[in-house]
Ligand binder design. Sequence first.
Ligand code: HGY
Ligand code: MN
Ligand code: MN
Length: 416
Amino acid sequence: MSAPGENLRINSARLWDSLMEMAKIGPGIAGGCNRQTLTDEDAEGRALFQKWCEEAGLTMGVDAMGTMFMRREGTDPDALPVYVGSHLDTQPTGGKYDGVLGVLGALEVVRSMNDLGIKTRHPIVVTNWANEEGARFAPAMLASGVFAGVHTLDYAYARKDLEGLSYGEELARIGWKGDEEVGARKMHAYYELHIEQGPILEAENKTIGVVTHCQGLWWLEFTLTGREAHTGSTPMAMRVNAGLAMARIFEMVQEVAMKNQPGAVGGVGQVKFSPNSRNVLPGTVVFTVDIRTPDQAKLDAMRAEIEARAAEICAALEVGCSVEAVGHFDPVTFAPELVKNVRQAAERLGYSHMDIISGAGHDACWAAKVAPATMVMCPCVGGLSHNEAEEISPEWAAAGTDVLFHAVLETAEVVS
Ligand code: HGY
Ligand code: MN
Ligand code: MN
């Protein structure tokens, strides 16, 4: 099977227009997006995506987690499809491109195939995974995790947001609880285009990231129990200060991450004080420690050290301490034959490229458990993401989608 010609490119203006149209749905307050999973804004974005896909001749299937599968037929109906996708849900102060570039880039690949009259032996399925971010319902990559058999459907349905609403209730409320069994679909291969969300590609002046691996992750949810008391009249020696314990744990997490350089990170993004009143010492403090590294042994050693030292910190302050792992995946190695397709596509198209390990987690990490999978990355300005100021250039978007286009055609086998 001959490789696609180097002049085979997607329609970059149409891709950019679609990105800008989708960005209008669930707008943030500073130029980005707040289209959190299973909100009315998510439902609106799903409807627009469905409309565009059906206009491109795709047929929709939805599974019981709300993941959307939009199918383009191949010449061999028995051939397993090549899945291409990412996610449309965003962080509360998210950017316009995180996840969205991968979904709309996959749609642009199909639109370009239609324009060029390209037929492939394998069907193509453009995919919008539900709840990749894990911002509203932890853990991240929840729907792809159920698809890969990592989580049960009951576990996922029972996950609650900060208001106590459950995933299952909210999915039904927005009308996107599909009838397909989650994970019943079998994939020939899976590709995901995504912005890097880090500074490496831009700093190295490379247009394409050939993603060979993804670093592993633990999300450790700590619940610290102090004693609610007056912040003014309670003498320091009488305090059972969960907030102080939290602060010391944050400092310790920073120290553990720094002593495991290079290639380790650790931090906290979400804290919940209760009762969260200015003049009441907190009775409980709940926060999630996020640690990551490509090195399996280091990842597990960091978790063990953080949990042991957190217990010591709390004991010294007579603060109660419990911890639950609410998110995890081991470091991922992507499929070498698909990685080669991405690298060769970048070379054929004349785009500068480099091998890279993904710092962020993606649905591809779970897809890789059930099929050969890999990713294509493009730079983002200043490496900034999970911030409304997230930015990419139309040229970067087009280059990443061109490479995705070629790699997908290579795997899906062009017939005519
Ligand atoms: O947390 C992550 O790496 C992804 O953005 N869900
Ligand atoms: Mn993402
Ligand atoms: Mn994200």
